[in-house]
Design a protein around this ligand. Structure first.
Ligand SMILES: [Zn+2]
Length: 293
């Protein structure tokens, strides 16, 4: 048994995972930063979620073989080398948690781990050449080539010169137009919803309003156009057989997938169009992947 931690840009999810890749107990919480120490808030959130997840199924920590953590940024020598989302650099998160739990803790890149989970248990088990896009707070990604997973930062490829400001320091990155954070913020603005509205609630508001709200329809079309531009760059550089989409995007499957597919069908690419599939493990790929590296 292992513990997988999916440290997202605005949300932490923790699962106790069996050797067969099944989540036995899961706990999650949003990260709301105010003025406190960010490292402390993240560490305290992870610890309380792990403790609750263990308590729920009555498992003592000494039965846990390893804690794996997916980090939205660069990992080097098992440390958070660079995480621009949190403005955290050179942080020994693994060492701090190892001291606390006396269990081995390993870090890796979140996009890589989610792709690894889909490779082992989900939508990419049979694929030769594929790209995994984790569309959530940002856009994490990994390229799968003949069984080898190559971490990548497709979310930071530029799709608009002098475009939206990105936390990586550049402008016009794919994720500043096509992440779920941006999508939800815009839907909240168009529909005049409360900032705290959850993904499930936002999806329901869209289903109820999409037929007779022009502004909503226009924004969803605009979102799909940006998403397709990013995907066209993937198709023309990597030529994948399959593009697998996971992350918070999965909550909006019925709203976004057919529109994306229709848009791709009308566009021209230098290569054959890939299959676009949804992550079979849904938003749990990050947790499961964190237990299989
Ligand atoms: Zn960027």
């Amino acid at each position: 048994m292992k513990i997988g931690v999916d440290l997202g840009g605005s949300h932490v999810a923790v699962g106790i995972v069996s050797d067969e890749g099944k989540i036995l107990s899961k706990q999650e919480k949003d990260l709301v930063f105010s003025n406190e120490d960010k490292e402390q808030l993240i560490r305290d959130t992870i610890v309380s979620l792990i403790n609750n997840a263990l308590r729920r199924i009555n498992i003592p920590i000494f039965l846990i073989e390893k804690i794996g953590i997916g980090v939205p940024g660069e990992v080097q020598d098992n440390k958070v080398k660079k995480c621009t989302k949190f403005e955290i650099f050179d942080w020994d998160l693994a060492g701090e948690l190892e001291d606390f739990y006396k269990v081995k803790v390993e870090l890796s890149n979140d996009g890589y781990l989610a792709a690894l989970a889909e490779r082992k248990f989900g939508s990419l088990m049979e694929e030769e050449r594929a790209v995994f896009l984790c569309i959530g707070t940002g856009i994490g990604s990994a390229i799968l080539n003949r069984g080898v997973i190559i971490p990548s930062e497709i979310g930071h490829t530029i799709i608009k010169e002098d475009g939206n400001i990105c936390n990586c320091g550049r402008q016009g990155c794919f994720e500043t137009y096509a992440s779920m954070k941006v999508f939800k913020e815009n839907i909240i603005r168009v529909l005049g919803l409360k900032e705290s509205t959850t993904s499930e609630e936002i999806a329901n508001y869209i289903r109820v309003n999409e037929n007779d709200n022009e502004e909503l329809k226009n924004y969803i079309n605009e979102y799909i156009e940006y998403l397709e531009v990013g995907i066209s760059n993937i198709i023309n550089t990597i030529h994948p057989d399959t593009i697998c989409i996971g992350g918070g995007f999965v909550y909006f499957e019925d709203i976004l997938m057919h529109r994306l597919q229709e848009r791709i069908n009308t566009q021209i690419y230098k290569f054959q169009k890939p299959k676009i599939v949804l992550a079979k493990l849904g938003n749990d790929a990050g947790i499961i992947g964190a237990t299989c590296f």
